[in-house]
Write a protein that binds this ligand. Structure first.
Ligand SMILES: *[C@@H]1O[C@H](CO)[C@@H](O)[C@H](O)[C@H]1NC(C)=O
Ligand SMILES: *[C@@H]1O[C@H](CO)[C@@H](O)[C@H](O)[C@H]1NC(C)=O
Length: 364
């Protein structure tokens, strides 16, 4: 299921991906099913009547059923979140990005040999989206966590790109607190991506003694992520002393939650957010505090696991191509999103790769 995609332009690249991808979508014959009862363990979530009614505009088809192949290790019949054989994935469910989150989950299940061994942790801020997940993926093992926007409201400063300031963008800082202590590792994923490879491969990434793993981009100009004021302040920029910091994208991270909890990285990130409020040391949203704390201390993951930037620029309508090399995950980071471009009938060539995972629409 590994894809090797060279630099093609125009519709060729999308067509190529589709051809390579299509057989793998159906590649797992139903094996002996490991039966499990459904887990619908929702937390109490304050329901905002106004947004909950507006959810009526969302309608998702039910995803095809999924089954583990024979070789998959046993997942306890109890489907407890603490089962040590589970693969844990955390994704936010934001009303604006819901169509993307649902497609991401769908893609993970489609390409996993052991889809029943995946446990999803959904972070929400507004409404009881658990019902929607349940009707779209009836067999899915998942839990919905309420992330209180007030936790970060006081820490978020005004930013250039308003979209980056949604409180849920900061939920990834709090995974170690939100998830059960028995969850020792989690894969955090943004909502604007799809996997075209088995997430189990990403799950088994060796982090060594590092707390997070992510693809690193050491050729990127690291300077531009912080203001001139930051770099000229020795006390602040001294944070990078003794490190060789490289840019990494926080949309795909493998996180060792045990180490995170032990060191207390959440408050380290919060401390930088406090500093940002008074000194304006960066322009972007949730990314720079992660760079401040982790850049140069990241376990490098193969670039195939974050082919980012496919969102391009919505305003100028630019489309991006894949980077050369194998592709396991396509990430529409940037301001353009495939569902918006498809709806406005102005898709980029690669948006065609996203389409088969889209479950949006009426079932009949
Ligand atoms: C409910 O959601 C609407 C629309 O997002 C918002 O304007 C309103 O303030 C919310 N109400 C409460 C009580 O949170
Ligand atoms: C890196 O970015 C900074 C800030 O935007 C700029 O001043 C500098 O010239 C850039 N360096 C390189 C090598 O492009």
């Amino acid at each position: 299921m590994m894809l090797w995609i060279m630099r093609f332009s125009g519709f060729f690249s999308a067509a190529m991906v589709m051809i390579v991808l299509s057989p793998s979508l159906q590649s797992f014959p139903p094996a002996e099913a490991i039966r499990s009862s459904h887990l619908d363990n929702y937390l109490q979530i304050p329901v905002n009547e106004s947004t909950s009614n507006s959810l009526g505009r969302f309608s998702f088809r039910e995803a095809p059923a999924f089954r583990n192949v024979d070789e998959c290790g046993p997942v306890g019949s109890g489907t407890e979140v603490c089962d040590p054989n589970l693969v844990h994935v955390a994704i936010t469910l934001d009303v604006e990005y819901l169509r993307g989150s649902i497609a991401a989950v769908h893609s993970i299940l489609q390409h996993s040999r052991c889809p029943e061994s995946i446990f999803f942790h959904f972070l929400v801020s507004e409404t009881n989206l658990g019902t929607l997940v349940k009707s779209t993926f009836p067999q899915l093992k998942f839990k919905v966590y309420y992330f209180d926007p007030e936790i970060v409201r006081g820490l978020i400063s005004t930013s250039v790109r308003q979209a980056l300031e949604q409180p849920l963008n900061y939920a990834r800082n709090y995974l170690a607190d939100l998830l059960e202590p028995c969850v020792h590792r989690v894969i955090y994923l943004d909502s604007d991506l799809v996997l075209v490879d088995d997430i189990a491969k990403l799950w088994t990434t060796r982090l060594g003694f590092r707390t997070i793993g992510a693809p690193e981009y050491c050729h990127a100009n690291f300077t531009k992520y912080f203001t001139a004021g930051f770099w000229s302040n020795r006390e602040l920029s001294g944070a990078f002393k003794g490190r060789k910091p490289c840019y990494f994208n926080t949309g795909v991270m493998v996180i060792d939650l045990v180490r995170w909890r032990r060191v207390g990285y959440t408050s380290r990130i919060e401390r930088w957010m406090e500093i940002q409020k008074s000194y304006r040391i960066y322009e972007l949203g949730s990314l720079p505090p992660f760079l401040l704390v982790f850049a140069g201390h990241v376990a490098p993951i193969e670039h195939r696991w974050n082919q980012h930037g496919l969102g391009g620029d919505n305003v100028r309508g630019s489309c991006r191509d894949l980077h050369p090399g194998p592709v396991s995950l396509l990430h529409w980071s940037g301001s353009g999103k495939p569902w918006l471009r498809l709806d406005s009938k102005k898709p980029c060539p690669l948006d065609g790769v996203w389409v088969p995972y889209d479950l949006y629409g009426y079932s009949h």
